[in-house]
Design a protein around this ligand. Sequence first.
Ligand SMILES: NC(=O)c1ccc[n+]([C@@H]2O[C@H](COP(=O)([O-])OP(=O)(O)OC[C@H]3O[C@@H](n4cnc5c(N)ncnc54)[C@H](O)[C@@H]3O)[C@@H](O)[C@H]2O)c1
Length: 323
Amino acid sequence: MKVVITGGAGFLGQKLAASLQEKGKLAGADGSLSPISEIICVDRAVPGEQRDGVTYVEADITSRGAFDAVVPEDTGSVFHLAAVVSAEAEADFDLGMRVNLDATRALLERCRTLERLPRLVFVSSVAAFGVAPSIVDDDTPVRPLNSYGVEKVVGEYLVGEYARRGFVDGRAVRLPTIVIRPGVPNKAASSFASSILREPLQGKTAVCPVSKDLAVWIKSPAAAVNDLIHAHDTPGEGWPDGLRALNLPGLTVTVSEMVAALGRAGGDKGLISWEPDPGIEAIVGSWPQGMVTERADALGFRADENVDAIVRQFLVDELGRSA
Ligand SMILES: NC(=O)c1ccc[n+]([C@@H]2O[C@H](COP(=O)([O-])OP(=O)(O)OC[C@H]3O[C@@H](n4cnc5c(N)ncnc54)[C@H](O)[C@@H]3O)[C@@H](O)[C@H]2O)c1
């Protein structure tokens, strides 16, 4: 079975490719596990570090007909991760619409033409919620308050509609903010949530643009990748009809609690520079601080144990420290 990962050179895309390669199997159209014959990572650029046995394809998914070339006829599964992240989509409306919305529709259209009905996992976000209580549940309406959130919600509806029509076996999952992202800060409004841990753990300074009592809904990279694979393999009947989207379990953690975990892991809290940015606080503050995730829990999705376990995961997986 061929598997396509859009955004396959990105943070989660690369981790997903590694995990799929290790696993070697995914549920096929009939639900039984089938061997993966090829993993195709599609992105604007190929990653610096490439895995043997993974196919990397450079393509701009907003260009006309891009998916005809990069999604083979016999594709069985698609993980749609390519996106312009929150602060970038807010800064550049047209780019966000092209990548996050127009390309999602184009991908669904390509899936519709394939030899057999593919499974597709669309990665949405807590940004789907804007006007909402601080703790949302499975039935809280999605009313986003920024371009990224709107693009994700429309993508969720498209996935649900293409599934209802029988064009694709699609599912959408709303990921919490993923912490700790390795590398350097990105253009996500939530980028600070990784920076304030990642940089001090390596003896570097970090900027925190939000207040200490702001709470964020987080998940580790490993748990997120497990969720994406679980979302793929879970039978379609378990998903809500119409809007085939699920809130995924996570942890509610305040910035203060993250800083305390940093201290417990031996990081220097003094390396965090507190520089309020009302724009960032407004975007992140509009997202839910927690979720009641009964549907996802019932389907077997799981949160991390606690923030200390997330920090430990980063130290072991990214910095090569012993467990
Ligand atoms: N990381 C998080 O905290 C988080 C939280 C919720 C949802 N998500 C979603 O998960 C997905 C993956 O996130 P990530 O953190 O790995 O982001 P990322 O920015 O690392 O990866 C996204 C990838 O999409 C690619 N891309 C963007 N425009 C493209 C184009 N025109 N053509 C081809 N490729 C293009 C980028 O080059 C990048 O490699 C995204 O859809 C994101 O919205 C992430």
